[in-house]
Write a new protein. Structure first.
Length: 332
């Protein structure tokens, strides 16, 4: 059993920053992503779970144990950081087994575990190399191997892919998710990249200013955003949000259509061709509306168009505070 329960946890530094009475649960074997912009409290939350920071209030349970006052070593967790934190003078094998050696694990057991883990992360042919001889993706695999070899039921990751290029990030997302599922570990993963969150997570916790903005499955945050903040943060491009009769109206770019007749009068500002589709940016009474169209769009800037959408696809938010409206109201 390796579920994580964070209950009413707070942490500030002289009353500044941190998190305020946050609470959530990561079920055993689940990959939970803490998502949000810089300064929202996601890394602080991870460090509190790890025991690298002391909580001011609240409790943290891991695997049914209250670990709030325990050291990181006593929490039975493994960690992977953005910096990889590899020892430059040790080769790949020595970096991976370093923790086992410190704990006094015998050589035979160390070697057996090393062979298994090196095969898992694709490093069997690189065990004699030093970190300086490895690519960024290979160094990240060493950090992953070091975390996995500990056989801890809980793994915490803080922005582990930020230093990699786009292609490697995509590959490593797939590898990390695959490893997590095969090993059945509970993983808490911090990122500011909503693509990582949406493609990897069983559950996403979107944070803002030290609070939880929304906690749900990726499709829930996309299809039922709890606030205009969630609506704008999740999705590429983000949801269109415009003032509408004393409230805010939101509609995803894929649900807006360009009309030759009728519709709301708008003007094309720019077209971004992405290959499979195009994003048409339009000016609607001073507001920018993004429209997603399949394939290539030949519209030129300045072209007059009409915009329309099916009311089934709209989202309404309060003008003050931006919370989602659930009264069933629809614009006319």
């Amino acid at each position: 059993m390796s579920e994580i329960v964070v209950d009413a946890v707070s942490k500030t530094w002289g009353g500044v920053g941190g998190v305020d009475r946050i609470g959530f649960k990561a079920d055993a074997g689940q990959l939970l992503v803490l998502l949000g912009p810089s300064g929202c409290g996601k890394s602080t939350t991870l460090r509190l779970i790890a025991g690298l920071e002391e909580v001011d209030a609240g409790t943290i349970m891991i695997g049914g144990r209250d670990v709030t006052a325990l050291s990181p070593a006593e929490r039975r967790i493994s960690m992977v950081f953005q910096s990889y934190a590899l020892f430059p003078h040790l080769n790949v094998a020595e970096n991976i087994i370093f923790g086992l050696r410190v704990r006094g694990v015998g050589r035979g057991e160390r070697d057996a575990k090393l062979r298994k883990v090196a095969d898992l992360v694709g490093l069997s042919h690189l065990l004699d190399r030093k970190p300086s001889q490895l690519s960024g993706g290979q160094r990240q695999r060493v950090a992953l191997g070091r975390a996995i070899i500990a056989e801890a039921p809980v793994c915490l990751m803080d922005e582990p892919l930020s230093n990699l290029d786009a292609k490697l990030r995509h590959e490593m997302r797939t590898e990390i998710r695959g490893l997590q599922q095969r090993l059945g570990m509970t993983m808490v993963y911090v990122t500011h990249d909503q693509t990582e969150a949406m493609t990897m997570a069983d559950r996403v916790i979107l944070m803002r200013d030290g609070h939880i903005e929304q906690n749900g499955a990726p499709h829930e945050l996309y299809n039922e955003p709890a606030s205009d903040f969630t609506a704008r943060f999740i999705g590429t491009p983000p949801m269109n949000i415009i003032p509408w009769k004393d409230q805010l109206l939101g509609v995803r770019p894929e649900h807006v259509v360009l009309m030759e007749r009728d519709g709301l009068p708008a003007q094309v500002r720019a077209v971004e061709y992405l290959g499979a589709d195009s994003i048409v940016l339009c000016d609607l009474e001073g507001e920018t509306m993004a429209v997603r169209q399949a394939g290539y769009c030949s519209l030129q800037p300045g072209t007059k168009v009409g915009l329309g959408w099916d009311n089934r696809h709209i989202h309404l938010f309060e003008k003050d505070g931006g919370k989602r409206r659930h009264d069933g109201a629809r614009p006319h």
